[in-house]
Design a protein around this ligand. Structure first.
Ligand code: GLP
Length: 244
């Protein structure tokens, strides 16, 4: 996997936003896969800035978000829907009918996951998937387990993931116990993937992702099987990666 190391989270976010802008200018109908979480906020800030200065035009772009908490509707302020509106959708010219998120409040959860997979297929697949990394090695909400699931599915959140998302809910006990997530297969079918990781707290997970070993205990390690994946790090996240 190609690794790029940037001096700070801000410089990594800026470079990734410019890379996305360049790809959208080459293909205005680009299909993007998007993460949530704190790592992605500087990226969305940069994309909003590029949109305001007309460097990027989102009007024909399609987006699919990785995951959503089970039981939360789109208008719940703690949902990833709300996160995306707050940090990106409300500030750029993305068409609402081209932004896709899983509905955490769907009554038919299996039907919702199947609908999401069909929508991705109808869009022609995901061209460019941006991923964040959980401190436990998850991508989307594909948590470390004895097995991983290929398609979009309902999943149980680990204690550490619920802790990491407590900032949205005030306290860990308020974080839903389950979520919906794109599956490992859905993610690995994207044509190009960038894993964006910043901060010292992720350094150990990053070292394991780049170890050359695959394990379902570290879902992001499966990215090593993809032919067009890059890992973009700030210096803190790269601090345990050997330079050899
Ligand atoms: C969250 C999300 C992921 C995200 C990751 C990292 O729980 N489900 O999509 O990439 O964990 O989050 P953060 O950037 O806040 O560390």
């Amino acid at each position: 996997m190609k690794v790029r190391i940037f001096p700070s989270p801000g410089t990594a976010a800026r470079a990734l936003a410019l890379d996305i802008a360049r790809r959208v200018s080459l293909d205005p109908r680009l299909v993007l896969g998007l993460p949530t979480g704190r790592t992605s906020i500087p990226l969305y800030d940069e994309l909003v800035a590029l949109s305001r200065s007309r460097v990027i035009d989102f009007s024909h772009v399609t987006t699919f978000n990785l995951d959503e908490f089970l039981g939360l509707s789109a208008d719940d302020p703690r949902s990833y829907h709300a996160f995306m509106r707050q940090h990106l959708f409300d500030h750029v010219n993305l068409s609402p009918r081209r932004t896709h998120l899983l509905n955490g409040a769907a009554r038919d959860v299996a039907g919702e996951c199947a609908r999401f997979e069909r929508a991705i297929a109808r869009a022609g697949g995901i061209d460019f998937m941006v991923l964040g990394l959980g401190g436990n090695g998850h991508i989307g909400f594909n948590e470390p387990n004895r097995w991983l699931v290929t398609p979009t599915h309902r999943t149980r959140l680990s204690a550490s993931t619920r802790r990491a998302n407590a900032f949205l809910f005030g306290h860990r006990s308020g974080v839903p116990r389950e979520a919906l997530s794109m599956g490992m297969g859905t993610i690995l079918q994207a044509r190009r993937i960038v894993l964006l990781v910043t901060g010292r707290s992720k350094a150990s997970a990053v070292r394991r992702v780049l170890s050359g070993q695959l394990t379902t205990r570290l879902p992001a390690s499966f990215l090593q099987l993809h032919r067009d994946v890059e890992v973009w790090l700030d210096e803190a996240a790269a601090s345990l990666v050997s330079s050899s």
